[in-house]
Design a protein. Structure first.
Length: 134
């Protein structure tokens, strides 16, 4: 098999993963897109390892060893990423990345009584004088 076939497939997988990371709002789908990109890298590592092994006639197979390390790192990334997403979902009730970005900046778009710093501006109680801040 020619080297071009796995390289083109790897490029398509990687481009699909980049599109998924940039276009999706759900954190789980973003993690899946990152996995697509890592699998594209694994495919390239193995394809170039086979191609270079035939050219140099070596039996080290370093590309396959690197692919195994990448798979181990991807498994750890998914485990930690899903734990973080589940914790955020339990606390916030949503895994929408845009809403999480708004809450991290201190701005709640659903709260009309909050100022730009995210603090609530309650109306002064009756009989109290509103103090001016300098």
């Amino acid at each position: 098999m020619h080297l071009a076939y796995p390289a083109v497939l790897s490029a398509l997988l990687f481009c699909t993963g980049v599109y998924g990371v940039l276009a999706r709002r759900n954190a789980i789908l973003v993690l899946m897109s990152v996995e697509l990109m890592l699998n594209a890298v694994n495919l390239n590592l193995v394809a170039f390892d086979v191609w270079l092994s035939r050219a140099a006639e070596e039996t080290l197979h370093s590309g396959q060893a690197l692919a195994l390390f990448t798979i181990a790192i991807a498994a750890a990334e998914i485990g930690i990423g899903l734990a973080i997403v589940l914790a955020v979902y339990r606390n916030r009730g949503s895994s929408d990345i845009d809403r999480l970005r708004d809450t991290a900046e201190g701005h709640d778009p659903d709260d009309p009584d909050s100022d730009t710093t995210g603090r609530a501006n309650p109306a002064p109680a009756s009989g109290e004088k509103a103090e001016a801040t300098a």
